[in-house]
Structure formats: structure tokens, C-alpha cells
Design a binder for this molecule. Sequence first.
Ligand code: PLP
Length: 449
Amino acid sequence: MQTKILLDEKDIPTHWYNVIADMPNPPAPVLAPDGSPVPPEALLAIFPEALVEQEVSDKRWIEIPEPVREIYQLWRPSPLCRAHRLEAALGTPARIYYKYEGVSPAGSHKPNTAVAQAWYNKQAGIKRLATETGAGQWGSSLALAGQMFGLDIRVYMVKVSYEQKPFRRSMMQTWGAEVLASPTDRTESGRQILAADPDSPGSLGIAISEAVEEAASREDTNYALGSVLNHVLLHQTVIGLEAKKQFEQVNDYPDVVLAPCGGGSNFGGAAFPFLADKAAGKQVRLVAVEPASCPTLTRGHYAYDFGDTVGHTPLMKMYTLGHDFVPPGIHAGGLRYHGDSALVSQLYHEGLIEAVAVKQLATFEAGVQFARAEGIIPAPESNHAIRAAIDEALKCRESGEAKAIFFNLSGHGHFDMASYDRYFSGELEDYEYPEEQINAALERLPKVG
Ligand SMILES: *Cc1c(COP(=O)(O)O)cnc(C)c1O
């Protein structure tokens, strides 16, 4: 019984896969608030040219620079594991597989893009990167990547996480980054929020506004985003590309691919390489799993909206709960974004991928069941995919179907034990985002043109 399906370092992909090449329709244009298309050059104020090119490219394969592959070798290829013990515990005929991205130094999939982004910025002569972080996963990934290539990193960390997750902050500092609790008084955006609410707990949208403002106002500084954008999803496709090789090795192929979905990057990374097969006629379901408390795809509106709270970014067509959405304090910090990747949104809108929303308590129940069977303690974000995978496996138990279920275990939960504590002590609650608030947000969406 094989458990870990491993590849050699030479099997790290040489190219990223660009799903735009296989989409039935070109991506919806990015717009200015007046409704005019934003030319890609406008992004050069905060991103290096190579990433702007990737953002709009329709080339199917994009070469991974050798120095990026060399850093990937520190933890890639990541293992694909067969969850034999979980299958037995569930009494399911299904075959359950997971790709474990928690083996990276930062403990999640996020370094796959952080390393690439740091490299392209370094090549463009940039000295500093400004970014935001929610739970600290992205900030620590960029801190790691900055250290690898000698870039200074400043991280605007959502204040509530800064206070709840001091060890993520220490991790960033260990890799040499500067970490500030957002909202700060150092940017116009931060001061504006603080004037309205001095006790603001912050949000990802606010922290993005601060980091973008800083990057736009300094020549030597660029901005780096850990999810949502096309080039970020592109870099994450190493996950799905490796997984496909690993499935070949054991002569299997997933019936369903599941991944937690915040901004959509690990979902896109795991699922898009399979979407290429789907476009070629293969049967495979691709399912994004989101929290019921932040139900962007399942209950949001497909509309043009800002990527940040204050409205510095151009408008992207995406599923959104409204750019001023301040999410409830659920424990999957990485899934609390108001919007979603434009690519994931469009593919969902066109019916090529599916989405489900799951409740917080059920996700922790699934995570604990997984840890007790497979050993690994998952990140609360990853627990969303595990919940959905277990639900699929239980359906197979009912129907007797022996499906192959594949999910992305996007990270470990070693820095999230306080959330597990709260789950064990019965302090966690389910929260469903109220319908009135979703409708009210629609009223406040920017009127395009
Ligand atoms: C950030 C994060 C996510 C969600 O972000 P996506 O961009 O949707 O992938 C999921 N899992 C972990 C462990 C994360 O750190």
C-alpha cells in the first residue's frame, strides 16, 4: 500500500500552466471607475514588467526561471499522499489523495508565488516590496522570498492577526522583514480608517490599501499580492502539474479536485492543470470550498468591484461581497477576502468549476478527524477542503461508488493551535453571512461608467 507518491527534483515543472489559453472566453477587461479599460502599463507603477506581461499573457506555458526552480528545490516537489487511514476511518470505498503544501519553509503553498515575485522584482532593480498579510501566511512567505533574493520587505499585518498571531510576526522578523499593525498612521489610507474608527481591527482590504499606497508613492518599492491576480494563480500551478505526474505514477486520476478558496490561488494552482484536461474532454469536477461566513462565490454578486477597501485598485469583474465587507472574525484568516480571483470567478460563472460553502465548526471537526487519522494538523483554511473531501467520501459510502477524491492540503496549522483550543473549549461558533448585508453591499458596488 503506497502512501507517499514522490517525484525527483528534476520533476519540478519547468513551466507554469496559463489557464487563459484554454478558457472558452477571454478574461473580462480590468476597468477604471469611469468604465474605460485599464491598459496593462498602468500596473507598472507597482509591479515589474515581467509580472505585468504574465498578468495578461495568453501563452499556454510560461517558463519558470532557473533561480526560482532552485529555491523551489528546498521543498518541492511536494508529496501527494494517499489517505489510507482516513479512508478506513470513514469506511468509504473512495480513494482519497492530498497534496501536502505544508512542507514549504513558511508552511503553506504561498512561497510558490512569493519566490517568483521576489525574483522578477529583483531582476527589475527593485529594492523593497510592500505587502499586506491577514493570518500571516503571505507575509511570512514573502519575508522568506525577500531574504532569498536580498530584497527588503515591509508587511502591513491586519491588526487583529498581529495581536492574535505573534509567532507569525516573529517568523517574518526572523526572515528579516519589517511588520506593522494595520491600519497604521503611516499612510493616507490608514489615517482615513483610523479617523473613522480608532479601534479598527483592520481587514485585508485596508492593509492592501496601505501597501499599494506605499508602493505607488516610492520609486524603489513595488507591491506584491499573495492571491487573486492572474500571475499569482499561474505560479501556483506547480501544485496541479506535479499532482498530475504523481497520479500518473500510480495510474489513477481524480474524479473530483477540491481546494480551499480565499482569493483563489491554491484552488487555481491545484485545479487549473486539470481544467486543461477537462477542456480536452476529460470528466473531472473542480470544486472551490469557501466559508459560509464569507461566501463570495456561492452567494456574492458577479460584478465589477475594487480589490481593496479604500478603492485604489482598478475594477475587476469578480464575485464579491462588496469592497467594504469587514468579515466576521472566523479562524480561517486566509479565507476572509471580500472578492475572488477574476479567473476563478469567470470560470465559475461559465459553469466550468463548482463551489461549495462550509460552516466553521464542521471544518474543525473534519480537521481533527484528519489529524487523528493522518497525523498532519491542517491549517484552518485547509480544513475547508478536508470537510468537502470527507463529505464526498461519505457520499461514496452511501452510493458504493469508488471515486478518486483529490484535495489540496494548502498548509499546516502549527501557528493556529489557539483556534483549535477555542474549538475544543466550545468557544467557536458557526456564522452565516446575513442576506440583508449581501444585498446592502450590492447597493454600494461602484457604478461602472
Ligand atoms: C492563504 C491561504 C489560503 C487561501 O488563499 P488562496 O489564495 O485562496 O489560496 C488557503 N490555505 C492556506 C494555508 C493559506 O495560507
